[in-house]
Design a protein around this ligand. Structure first.
Ligand SMILES: C[S@@+](CC[C@H](N)C(=O)[O-])C[C@H]1O[C@@H](n2cnc3c(N)ncnc32)[C@H](O)[C@@H]1O
Length: 211
């Protein structure tokens, strides 16, 4: 069995794999509401992977300081290679989100693209609390992940279980099943500004704002 949530081994194939199953959706969905956010000065990206998310963010907020937390050494290397020439406003950390637990850093925009689904229910609650505490008042949170609810058709549940099973073996993913994100987010004072579904509802992008 691998260490938990360890994406090093699949890092060379990750982008191809995600493209094979969902085309460009996995790359576009996390950025759905980016153009609705008028200003961001300090941005946190949690589990950014190979760094595809960086260019649109740098373009949208050319003045912003970006902090990139990615514990997979191999994923991080790919992101750093892509942005070798990027400005000194881009900070890479080979660390998990949990390293920020007692940090006094604050951010006005946080992105969690396909990362919170890795965590067990307890660690998901912890991760959401950590991020909530890092967000400034009225800060924005763009969350995007796989989604199932009681109305999801059987084949979506099956496909989700299959994907979960695959990542469990390939990365030692902590979570055994897709968590109820709505329930976990609703424990905090977060306003849901907008929601958009993709791939027939299998993927959901949500724009939260700290009240
Ligand atoms: C499913 S991949 C998604 C990558 C990228 N966001 C994307 O959409 O292509 C999950 C990413 O989260 C990272 N990750 C795993 N545990 C983490 C943690 N505790 N904190 C932050 N990132 C983590 C993994 O290394 C991996 O790069």
């Amino acid at each position: 069995m691998k260490g938990s949530n360890d994406f090093d081994a699949i890092s060379p194939y990750y982008d191809h794999l995600s493209w094979l199953v969902f085309g460009k959706t996995l790359k576009k969905a996390p950025l759905t509401f980016l153009n609705k956010i008028s200003r961001a000065d300090k941005i946190l990206i949690v589990g950014g992977g190979t760094g595809g998310i960086l260019k649109p963010l740098i373009n949208a907020f050319p003045q912003a300081e970006i902090h990139y937390y990615e514990p997979s050494k191999k994923m991080l290397e790919q992101a750093q290679t892509r942005f070798k020439l990027a400005s000194n406003r881009l900070h890479f950390y080979g660390q998990p989100l949990q390293a920020l637990q007692d940090s006094n850093k604050r951010f006005d925009l946080v992105l969690t693209p396909f990362v919170l689904d890795l965590f067990s229910p307890k660690r998901l609650e912890q991760a959401i609390s950590i991020i909530y505490n890092l967000l400034e008042a009225h800060g924005n949170w763009l969350h995007c992940d796989f989604y199932v609810d009681k109305n999801s058709p059987w084949w979506q549940r099956q496909l989700n279980s299959l994907m979960h099973g695959f990542f469990k073996v390939a990365t030692g993913m902590e979570s055994n099943t897709l968590q109820d994100f709505d329930k976990a987010f609703n424990k905090h004072a977060l306003l849901t500004n907008a929601v958009q579904k993709f791939s027939q509802g299998m993927i959901q992008s949500v724009w939260y704002e700290k009240v």
